[in-house]
Design a protein around this ligand. Structure first.
Ligand SMILES: [Fe+2]
Length: 350
């Protein structure tokens, strides 16, 4: 069993990552956590902030009650702030939120207001065991390739995703907000998470059509499982309209989606690919679910990542969210192949 204690090597990694995020002597930061946060992560952030000489405060919220009809995991939507005015105002007055909430503030309802105040940036320490963070540590040299990938997405009008299993998806990227992170940022409003290394787009309305066939070994990150059977999705005008498959994977996914009683849970959220050279498919076979937030698998180099659920840019809000990374796909932007059979190509290749 892995122990959760301060190790010198992890403290050194936290120091490096905070420094890479522009945190140094006198930088005003807030370390935000909740009562269900992983204590070792909060502690490592505290010690690293102290060592770096940051001017820091620590804010801890009580983990809020559950409101959803089913358990919710690994969504990137933390409700920990709970609209608390004092906390929101405090977070507007720091340069960096070092975010140790369980789910992370990326899609939190309070983040847009904090961002718009113009000062704060976000560094999400995802709820992984430190051993996973150690292996996927963001490094400065990852930045340019991730930036290039985001630029390629932004400049493209169409993404086509195909696979030997029968995936054939067309995404209209025109006007789609594109983003991603290598795991660090130093400008107000930037959103970084550790592990980082992904490029993604939020397609607009009537932008996604086709078929996605997920195969054995692809992943469902809400459940933190590898698929052991195929799931065959039909997507029409941004919505999953059919989920076929006889295995437990299709069954679970169908029932979980139905439980929301919300058509928007079937909508497309984001599409993109991973770029983290330290992320490994096999990793989930080596760790207990309690050791993972499974952000590593969103960043697997050369994987196609798609998701269902909230897409604010298409005007759809819902709590249901699946992140679904796939191996062995080919991704083309306006006909130019950027990922071939699950391998990053050309300038994006490691
Ligand atoms: Fe997602």
């Amino acid at each position: 069993m892995l122990q959760e204690r301060i190790e010198g090597k992890w403290l050194a990694a936290f120091r490096r990552v905070l420094a890479l995020n522009g945190i140094g002597k006198g930088t005003p930061i807030a370390i935000l956590s909740e009562t269900q946060s992983r204590p070792v992560l909060v502690h490592l952030c505290e010690l690293a902030a102290y060592d770096l000489g940051a001017e820091f405060c620590m804010i801890q919220m009580p983990t809020p009650p559950q409101t959803a009809p089913v358990p919710v995991k690994s969504t990137g939507t933390s409700w920990a702030i709970q609209g608390n005015r004092a906390v929101i105002e405090a977070l507007k007055r720091v340069d960096v939120i070092v975010d140790c909430t369980v789910e992370g503030l990326i899609h939190a309802p309070e983040w847009p207001e904090i961002e718009e105040a113009g000062r704060t940036r976000l560094l999400v320490i995802t709820n992984e065991h430190p051993e996973i963070l150690e292996r996927t540590e963001p490094r400065a040299e990852h930045g340019p390739k991730v930036e290039l990938g985001i630029r390629m997405l932004r400049e493209a009008s169409e993404m086509r995703v195909t696979s030997a299993l029968g995936t054939n998806l067309v995404v209209d990227l025109r006007g789609a907000p594109c983003g991603g992170t290598a795991g660090f940022g130093t400008t107000p409003g930037s959103v970084a998470h550790w592990p980082g290394g992904l490029c993604l787009a939020f397609p607009g309305k009537n932008a996604v059509n086709g078929r996605i066939v997920m195969g054995v070994g692809d992943m469902n990150l809400t459940f933190k499982t590898y698929l052991t059977s195929q799931i065959d999705f039909t997507i029409e005008n941004d919505f999953v309209t059919a989920i076929r498959g006889d295995g437990i994977d299709a069954l679970h996914l169908r029932e979980y989606m139905e439980a929301w009683g919300d058509r928007n849970a079937y909508g497309m959220s984001h599409v993109g690919w991973g770029m983290n050279p330290g992320a490994r498919w096999v990793s989930a076979a080596m760790y207990d679910k309690r050791d993972m937030q499974a952000v590593e698998f969103r960043a697997l180099a050369g994987s196609f990542l798609w998701s269902t659920g909230a897409n604010q840019y298409a005007g759809r809000y819902t709590l249901g969210h699946f992140d679904l990374p796939m191996r062995n796909c080919t991704i083309a932007l306006d006909g130019r192949v950027v990922v071939k059979d699950g391998v990053l190509q050309g300038e994006l290749a490691p």
